[in-house]
Design a protein around this ligand. Structure first.
Ligand code: ADP
Ligand code: MG
Ligand code: ZN
Length: 554
């Protein structure tokens, strides 16, 4: 019977992975917590059971726009659905109340804020509600970025009505799951469905930052005419990036929380409607977007956690056709994200959990084999190498980096764990800079021990060490690097560290200016830099200034 309804009402040929079991369980009146990826088809998992059961199902949903869309398409399919939201006209609300009274309504959508009114629960009790569905149930989590205080009232509603509750979310981590169970089900275990996390049509790729603007532009240029999203860490970057794209006649528009609500709605509508538009956005862009043919999602900066990453890339390719992603990351991102966690208001144990989620994402970024295996492993699923990620496409070169890693750790320790990456590398390379000599670091036994390794490789090693959480910037020491407990076995010689040779492939310089000046010659240096910029701009290719000692100025 559910399969018949699926065809008659929705016109779908079959269930998506995981849907059928959830539908049957919800229809049977069990308490359910279902975790499915974005685009997995959660709405159907409460809409269809509502038609199989007697009475009315109340749906708690966080966004008016989402509710309106769902009510509209249910009505078009002939299902009696209605919504009570602050956006209703009086007639619309009267119509809903009338349908409730005469028993014809099957689905009643409601924003959680409604529950704050004392009149709502008695009204629902009279209305013959037989089930509650909670969409985007992670909004009940106080630590999540989507927290909505009124979601906490849903537990009271369930208690007052004494009906089964089904909660839906795409947020998969165990902590959020526990919080949903505690707050919505009073800790009584619901039946949990956690599956279908793989989105095999989405190609996964990461790149270390190496001129991030150019990397994103190249990616977008190669996909001209396709709809895509670029997630940026700052509002300013959304603006500069969309301007740069438009300058090349690639239609792009910025979106961020600092824009007026109607401007934001306009961007959302344009994106939905127009083919091939790019939205450069902060994470504010997303929850209300239901566009099946987004062909790519790029991150110009590292997301804040593996969950955020998965949710954001999950907006691509909901139609099941091939979609691509690119995530850029660099030491500055890692520093920024660590600082955001450390300087946030959360209690200490929460901060540790956030660091762990960031570590999971960094582990994925610095993975040395199939990314999908890592990603699904994090969500508790096992998989074979996928053949649809950058590391399956081109297996990276791995090397035993135990020796250089130990050198770097000891340079960090010997300089008192007070310095950033640049200084540590100067010590390793034996560069007697002013800062190095002023602190006597040219007298250390580690001074110059890493001479044989080129600077670019040290940068890659330190970045991967940050990614492995062997070292961390300490906010109390202006971001000076400290070693973590994870580094101790490496220092004691009990653990080896395998790292990737850097994936950076520098474009060949089109022109090289050779010169005899020393770094200290500031005026000449800045003249050279200006010349390099002019050259790079005129020829639209990278250009570098290379000094006799092989230092390179970009
Ligand atoms: P979620 O809430 O999990 O992100 P939605 O409920 O919005 O996902 O569904 C995503 C898209 O998948 C919608 O366009 C929906 O119509 C479609 N969909 C859901 N179930 C099926 C199905 N069984 N067959 C085909 N399309 C489906
Ligand atoms: Mg949904
Ligand atoms: Zn793979």
């Amino acid at each position: 019977m559910p399969a018949d309804l699926l065809r008659q009402v929705w016109g779908f040929d079959g269930f998506r992975p995981g849907q059928q079991e959830i539908v049957e369980s919800v229809a049977a009146g069990r308490d359910v917590l279902a975790i499915m990826p974005t685009g997995g088809g959660k709405s159907l998992c409460y809409q269809l059971p509502a038609l199989m059961r007697e009475g009315v199902t109340v749906v708690i949903s966080p966004l008016i726009a989402l509710m309106r869309d769902q009510v509209r398409s249910l009505r078009e399919a002939g299902v009696a659905a209605g919504a009570l939201t602050s956006g209703n006209t009086e007639e619309e609300s009267d119509e809903v109340f009338a349908a409730l009274r005469d028993g014809s309504l099957r689905l009643l959508y409601m924003a959680p804020e409604r529950l704050a009114s004392g009149a709502t629960v008695p009204m629902l009790r009279r209305a013959g509600i037989t089930a509650i569905a909670v969409d985007e149930a992670h909004c009940v989590s106080q630590w999540g970025h989507d927290f909505r205080p009124d979601y906490l009232r849903v537990g009271e509603l369930r208690r007052a009505l004494g009906v089964p509750l089904a909660a839906f979310t795409a947020t998969a981590d165990a902590e959020t799951r526990d919080e949903i169970v505690a707050r919505l089900f009073d800790g009584r275990a619901p039946q949990v469905f956690l599956r279908g996390f793989d989105r095999p049509n989405i190609h996964l790729a990461f790149q270390p930052k190496d001129g991030p603007r150019r990397q994103i532009m190249d990616f977008a240029r190669a996909r001209r005419g396709q709809s895509g999203i670029v997630y940026c860490a700052t509002r300013a970057r959304t603006e500069t990036l969309s301007a740069a794209l438009n300058a090349e006649n690639i239609a792009a528009v910025a979106y961020h929380g600092g824009m007026e609500a109607d401007q934001r709605r306009e961007v959302e509508a344009r994106f939905q409607r127009e083919d091939g538009l790019i939205v450069t956005a902060t994470v504010a862009f997303g929850m209300g977007i239901d566009k099946p043919d987004i062909r790519w999602v790029a991150h110009s900066d590292l997301p804040k956690s593996i969950e955020a990453y998965y949710q954001e890339i999950g907006r691509a390719g909901r139609d099941g056709a091939p979609a691509e992603t690119l995530t850029l990351y660099g030491p500055d991102d890692i520093r920024l994200r660590r600082t955001q966690i450390d300087e946030g208001l959360a209690p200490a144990e929460r901060k540790e959990a956030d660091h762990a989620r960031l570590n999971a994402l960094l582990g994925l970024a610095e993975a040395i084999s199939c990314r999908r295996q890592h990603l699904l492993g994090y969500f508790g699923e096992t998989a074979a190498p996928c053949g649809n990620c950058d590391l399956c496409d081109t297996p990276p070169e791995i090397f035993d980096a135990t020796q250089p890693v130990r050198m770097a750790l000891s340079a960090i320790l010997r300089t008192g764990e007070w310095f950033g990456q640049g200084h540590v590398i100067d010590v390793l390379l034996g560069n007697a800079t002013e800062k190095v000599t002023a602190r006597g670091h040219d007298q250390l036994p580690t001074f110059g021990v890493g001479k044989a390794v080129p600077k670019g490789e040290w940068q890659a090693i330190l970045r991967q060490m940050l990614g492995r959480d062997l070292i961390r910037p300490d906010p109390e020491r202006h971001g000076g690097l400290r070693i973590t407990a994870a580094a101790h076995p490496v220092l004691r010689g009990e653990e080896a560290v395998m790292l990737r040779r850097d994936l950076i492939r520098r474009a060949k310089p089109a022109a090289v200016i050779r010169t005899q000046v020393s770094d200290e010659d500031a005026p000449l240096l800045s003249a050279l830099k200006a010349k390099r910029r002019a050259l790079a701009e005129a020829q639209r290719v990278p250009a570098y200034v290379i000094f006799p000692d092989r230092t390179l100025i970009e």
